[in-house]
Unconditional design. Structure first.
Length: 122
């Protein structure tokens, strides 16, 4: 039997023109938020808020730092800022027992290290 293997599985499908479903979702969310601002604010405040909303949601839809979506980049940055920076390794007793058992069974002779004097090195 012959089966076709998909070639481009890491590329998202285009839904409307050159836009993917995620991009279309971000743009639609920005449009809904701008529409809410249109109903709540006067004309000058709406224009300023609509520009800010357009920049934010446009960046969420199209900007990809380090080839990953901007929302993932923001979430990773927040997680990095919140998590502790120092990891302290704690050795469990189970690992200690396995290592000591392995050392007792190993009967290989100990090889002495080579020593170099100053005349041989230079």
């Amino acid at each position: 039997m012959i089966f076709n293997v998909p070639q481009f599985i890491d590329i998202e499908d285009k839904i409307v023109g050159p836009l993917t479903a995620k991009q279309l979702g971000w743009l639609a969310a920005g449009a809904v938020l701008a529409l809410l601002c249109y109903g709540m604010f006067d004309k000058s405040t709406f224009i300023v808020s609509a520009l800010i909303i357009a920049v934010i949601f446009g960046a969420l839809a199209f900007y990809r730092p380090y080839n990953q979506p901007l929302i993932k980049f923001i979430m990773s940055s927040i997680a990095f800022a919140v998590r502790p920076k120092i990891y302290i390794w704690k050795r469990t007793p189970e690992k200690i027992q396995r290592v000591t058992a392995a050392k007792k069974e190993d009967n290989t002779p100990i090889i002495s290290k080579k020593r170099f004097d100053q005349q041989r090195v230079s």
